[in-house]
Design a protein around this ligand. Structure first.
Ligand code: TXA
Ligand code: MG
Length: 328
């Protein structure tokens, strides 16, 4: 058991004294959970293989799943990645900082633990004042996967990270709830036509508007982005997707009659059965999805029935996460 220090920091105006405390822990090789605009990250010095190894141990993460390096300014990229294409420059101008991770050819300074043996490295600049100040104060890129135990839903509030990682990390920064709620878009820039490895809040349309056509996920993306092959984001409860409102109601009726404890996630008020979570928009659902999963588990809900959303824009990313959670 580690002594885990919880440091509460104001996300709008981070206190540099507190940021320095967390940076000291990272500089001396420790693990520190920190907020980003997508989900909380479990950070370590991204250029130190011994520190990075600790991430895999704390999360129980398979060693063949590479990590994203988080940077606070563009000049940090040169140290870790090469062959930055003009298309990548355009995307960085537009979406950094933001929820887009770009995969580049890696430099030698990046430990093989970060890239899980691949010749590439994923780089992201988070749009969160605490994260940016922390990386800046460290002076090195921070390697960070989502701060959950492997296979569990990503943490969108400090409380989720505390539930999973208290006693396993040196510090947890509480910077309040994250605003986007699902992980970054991952785009592989090492191809002539960039390949989307994970859909996120930076949508296909937003990317194609800047750089033209990109390649959408195909089966081989599972090999190129090892993380995609694992069951993810899964609550203990069974997740069932209802294509439409009628199907949602039929499923609710079925589980009700079987005396199964269920929760309903819907886009309009329901009549017979109360909606557990009523979402107003895709953004609203994305921001709350993982929290809905975790709350259901806390309440010993057996089945979560979700109304499907349209699979475009942010909806593609939402359905990607829901479908993964629904795999048995
Ligand atoms: O929003 C996010 O990206 C969050 C926050 C903390 O930044 N991080 C996150 O990390 O979601 P993680 O480790 O849970 O997911 C990273 C994904 C995985 O699917 C991994 O396989 C993929 O990115 N990835 C990382 N490096 C890669 C590489 N060199 N080539 C292909 N895929 C890579
Ligand atoms: Mg993750």
């Amino acid at each position: 058991m580690k002594a885990t220090k919880i440091i509460k920091i104001n996300p709008e105006n981070p206190d540099l004294k507190l940021i320095k405390q967390a940076a000291e822990i990272l500089k001396s090789g420790g693990l520190c959970v920190f907020p980003t605009e997508t989900v909380y990250g479990l950070g370590a010095n991204g250029l130190n293989s011994e520190s990075v190894k600790q991430i895999f141990i704390a999360k129980g993460r398979p060693a063949d799943n590479p990590l994203i390096l988080h940077i606070s300014n563009r000049s940090m990229i040169e140290q870790i990645a090469s062959d930055i294409s003009p298309k990548a420059e355009i995307l960085m101008d537009k979406f950094m900082p933001g929820p887009l991770a770009l995969v580049f050819k890696k430099n030698e300074s990046v430990p093989s633990e970060v890239s899980a043996g691949l010749t590439t490295v994923a780089v992201r600049m988070p749009a969160n004042k605490i994260a940016l100040a922390l990386i800046e104060e460290c002076g090195f890129p921070i390697a960070a996967p989502s701060a959950n135990i492997s296979g569990k839903p990503s943490p969108t509030d400090a409380e989720h990270a505390i539930d999973d990682l208290f006693g396993k990390v040196d510090c947890i920064i509480d910077g309040g709830p994250t605003n986007i709620g699902i992980e970054s878009t991952v785009l592989d820039m090492t191809y002539e036509v960039p390949q989307l490895l994970r859909p996120g809040n930076v949508t296909i349309n937003m990317i194609e508007k800047e750089i033209g056509r990109i390649e959408l996920p195909k089966n081989n993306s599972e090999i190129r982005s090892p993380g995609m092959k694992y069951k993810h984001y899964a609550p203990k409860a069974k997740v069932i997707i209802a294509e439409n409102y009628d199907e949602l109601m039929q499923l609710a009726q079925k589980y009700h009659s079987e005396n199964v404890k269920f929760s309903l996630v819907c886009d309009r008020p329901t009549k017979e059965f109360e909606c557990t979570f009523l979402y107003k928009s895709n953004e609203h659902l994305a921001a709350n999805l993982f929290s809905i999963f975790r709350t259901a588990d806390k309440n010993k809900v057996e089945v979560i029935i979700l109304k499907a959303v349209e699979e475009d824009g942010l909806g593609l990313a939402i359905m990607n996460r829901i479908k993964k959670a629904a795999i048995n």
